[in-house]
Structure formats: C-alpha cells, structure tokens
Ligand binder design. Structure first.
Ligand code: ASP
Length: 335
C-alpha cells in the first residue's frame, strides 16, 4: 500500500470523554494529543486531526451533519480517506446523512466511536480507531462506512443495537462490507462501485419531519392537527411487521386524507428492524397502499427519516419527493 494521507475529524462522543467531579462522562480534551502520541506512530500514513466539535452526539442536529459534510468536501482533494470520530448514540443518523450529502463519493469515509473512553484501560476506542485508519486507507472503497468492533458496515444501513456490549452496531438488512480479524476480509459484492460522476455535496434539508411509532390504541388526532396546521412537512410511520397498520376507522383515514390534501408525504418503515415493508402482503396494509404511502422497503428508520429530510430540502413537488424516497440513492435500500 503506498503512503496515504488520512484526516481524522473529531466530533466528540464517549470516545473522547472523561469523568467529571460527579462521576458523569463528559467530553475531554486529551484525545488529539493521545492519538498523536500513541496511534499516529503505528502508521506510515500521514495522519492529520481536525476538531470540528466535541459534543455528546445526543446534541447533534442536522446542521452538524452539514458541517461534517462541508468539512470533508473542503478537504476532499488533500486526503485519501477520512475517519470521523463520533458518539455512538446518533452515529447511524450522521452516517445516513453523509451518504446522501456526499454525492459521487470516491473515497472512504469511516465513522467510528467507542463504548468506553480512550483513556479507560478497557476501552474499545484504541482498536476501533486503529481499524478505522486502516480501512480509510482502502482508497477503492467509495463508501460512508461505520466501523465498530472489527466490523465495517455501510453507514446508512446501520442501527445502534447495544448500549453495553462492544458489539454495538449492526446492519439488519445488509451484511458487513469488511471483517477485521487477523486479516481483513472483504465482501466485494457488497461494496459500491466507484462512481462515474464528479464528487459534490448537496446539503439541503428540511427537518420538519416526525416519526410516529404505532402502538395499540394510538390516538392520531394530534398528528392530524399538526398536518392541517402545516407544522410538519412529512411523516414517517413506524408500522408493525411488514407495514401493517390498524384497518378499522381509528382516525387514520382522516390523517392520511388530510396529509394527502396538504401534499404532505408519508413514508412507512417497520418496527421490526430485520425484513422489509411489503404493502401487498396483508389486508392490514391496504390502507397504506390506498393512500399512496411510500414504502421504505428495507431501509432503517434512521435512513428513512434522514432521507425524507433531504428529500424535502431538495424537492418541492410531492411526486419528486416520492420518486427520491423510492429510489436507491446511496445503497440504503434494496433495488
Ligand atoms: N452519549 C454518547 C454519544 O453519543 C454515547 C457514545 O458515544 O457511546 O455521544
């Protein structure tokens, strides 16, 4: 492997945290020096570090995704690969957003974080970062990836599944791109091809979207009010199983017809992370089909939500939004 230039972008998370006087974890300022001293010397690659923010990722908003995307774009020509150190709580959302915002990405972007801070003697941070720098040098993987516990996933397919174990992420409907053991095992058939077009960013979004997780007895009237007052520009329904929703008259018809009258798109994803939406399978999905709801197919809730924000930012006409949501833009869903 020829010598590479890698940029580490710091955004915060447990990875860089330390305990405060109350014993709570809070962002610390030791990580850049620690990495320079203990991790950079392990590589022949030239490694730079930029600190963009130092936040618990629960504080992230879409504007943070934009700033990360812009920073990658500003530095795109100077580096062969990028590592983004990020809190685990919202990493799957950021990974999804970057995959849509970085268009025609031709270089590796690897998000990683940790369950224990870098300075904890049992931390997973050290290995996660070493693995991430290793993978960021694989210039032929043009993907926004999420690396955790020696496994690399396509970022927009991931979910945080575990708040305790080092094995904290998975991609319920798309197997890993790479496994890191004593060697690096690739799954080439899962890795995106090099894009034909020129790299560019498109960071437009509109975050007036809400997710409605269905549950037995849910009352839809508050959502109908929001739709009619245009306080929300799109809805994501987290339906049961393969897209099932109550088929009796629970107020859902009113919500769907008022949303249609207000040109408010509605996408349906599932509460069951593994599997896909199929609105033809059950009678219980007929209402969703009748009102022209958009099937998220096998997209995660995270990817569906972020993609809808981006769709609203890029398109005004409901048919354009539906087309974008139904297309496979960055490998986030099956074709
Ligand atoms: N609360 C932390 C964060 O998301 C959790 C972590 O990084 O593991 O920033």
């Amino acid at each position: 492997m020829t010598e590479k230039n890698i940029l580490i972008i710091h955004t915060g998370g447990t990875f860089v945290m330390e305990s405060n006087e109350q014993g709570q974890l809070t962002p610390g300022d030791y990580a850049i020096n620690y990495i320079s001293k203990h991790i950079k010397p392990l590589f022949s690659a030239k490694i730079d570090q930029h600190q963009l923010f130092n936040l618990d990722s629960s504080l992230f908003r879409p504007v943070h995704w934009v700033k990360i995307a812009e920073h990658i774009a500003e530095n795109y020509e100077n580096y062969d690969g990028f590592v983004v150190i990020h809190g685990t709580d919202t990493m799957a959302y950021t990974a999804s957003a970057l995959s849509f915002m970085l268009k025609n990405l031709g270089k590796p972007v690897v998000l990683t974080g940790a369950q224990l801070p870098l300075i904890d003697r049992r931390s997973d941070a050290f290995m996660n970062l070493v693995d991430a720098i290793e993978v960021a040098q694989h210039s032929d993987i043009p993907e926004v990836m999420l690396l955790f516990n020696h496994t690399v996933f396509r970022g927009n397919r991931t979910k945080k599944k575990n708040a305790w174990d080092f094995d904290a992420f998975y991609a319920p409907n798309y197997g890993p791109l790479l496994k890191l053991g004593i060697g690096i095992e690739r799954k080439p058939y899962r890795i995106a091809p090099m894009p034909a077009g020129k790299f560019e960013i498109d960071t437009r979004y509109d975050d007036s979207v809400i997710v409605i997780p269905f549950f037995p007895g849910i009352d839809f009237s508050a959502f109908t009010l929001m739709v009619n007052e245009k306080r929300v520009h799109a809805l994501i329904i987290e339906a049961y199983g393969s897209g099932n929703i109550p088929s009796d008259n629970t107020g859902l018809d009113r919500l769907f017809s008022d949303a249609a009258a207000n040109e408010i798109p509605i996408a349906v994803c599932s509460q069951s992370p593994v599997g896909k939406i199929d609105l033809s399978l059950y009678e219980a999905a007929a209402k969703a089909k009748f009102y022209g709801l958009i099937s998220a197919v096998d997209m995660t809730r995270e990817a569906t939500l972020v993609k809808m924000m981006i769709a609203l930012g890029r398109y005004k006409k409901i048919n354009e939004i539906k087309d974008f949501m139904s297309a496979n833009c960055a490998g986030e869903k099956e074709n």
